[in-house]
Design a protein around this ligand. Sequence first.
Ligand code: NAD
Ligand code: TYD
Length: 341
Amino acid sequence: MKSILVTGGAGFIGSNFIKYVLGNTGHSVVNYDVLTYAGNLENLVDVEFNDRYKFVKGDICDKDAVTEAVDENGIDTIINFAAESHVDRSILGAEEFINTNVMGTLVLLQVLKEKGLSKYLQVSTDEVYGSLPEDKPELKFTESTPITTNSPYSASKASADLLCNSFRHTFGLPILITRCSNNYGPYQFPEKLIPLMIAKALNGEDLPVYGDGKNVRDWLYVDDHCSAIMTVLDKGKDGDVYNIGGNNEWYNIDIVKLILKKLGKGEDMIRYVKDRPGHDRRYAIDSSKIMNELGWTPAHNFEDGIELTINWYVENKNWWKKVMSGEYKNYFEQNYGSKMS
Ligand code: NAD
Ligand code: TYD
């Protein structure tokens, strides 16, 4: 059995991943998270007393603290989810993205090397591949698509991937990289498209759609991302990159209309707002490598996944209402204040 340091385990995907690991494997997990605005221990109340789970508050940029967490808990594996993860925030200010996503990854790689751990998995994103043309629907991102970074967020994630490659190449360390498309599901911070639109519709507020609403994203249910990461951890080839996607492309506007329909609300709540600067037009992932080489397939189709997700936000209003108070409000004012005027 493994003893895994899950960094960023109090966020959206990390908290779903911890529950997935505890529920589907015998591994132990230490959740190492500094608890930024996106970190929420309420995501993990169901497992906080599980014998195989422990929370340690700490910053991935703090090498002494990471080393102590590794030593004290007999860690043999690191899975790095910790990141600043929202493109719009990276446009408002990139420093934290470079600190956490680049410098933090460097610290984790140094600890991997110094402690001789047996595995490191970097949770990356399809955004490192840039944007696909609209008029070539047959084109998708493969693992050999050149890195093209269009936002400070994607630049920071790509930098981290390049550091991982360099530590693999130079020191021969056991490093894997996964690059997933957009996730959706329970516990996603309501600054990202799907939970934001559900929350706003339930609150009776306008739904802000950027630009013409025709940007395309490839959506994957979060549990399927978790099963893919476990598959790569168990069977992936060290040094390799694995793309993960849902083969499920949607125009943003169609997702927004679907959410409104499912909630019984009218399309008059849609408000087209100023576009995101540098907005990537289309993401689409070719997952044939992980499917053919490692035998992974997603368990959820979009119809089931979106139903589960909308129902979860309807039934857990307290969760997102609490999250949306406080710091989030300042961000909302900064990001949408000028777009909506
Ligand atoms: P999130 O923003 O919901 O959570 C990030 C977590 O990292 C939070 O708990 C936060 O407190 C923690 N964190 C931030 N800085 C830290 C630091 N310096 N030290 C320790 N912890 C820190 O993010 P998410 O959506 O769950 O994404 C998780 C990972 O998956 C990220 O690396 C992201 O780039 C990647 N990813 C996300 C998506 C998506 O659709 N959300 C898709 C592909 C890849
Ligand atoms: P987001 O969830 O921020 O993910 P990403 O930018 O990493 O793909 O946004 C998904 C898409 O939805 C993206 O094209 C931007 C768009 N969007 C809106 O139209 N309105 C919004 O308020 C937000 C947050 C996103």
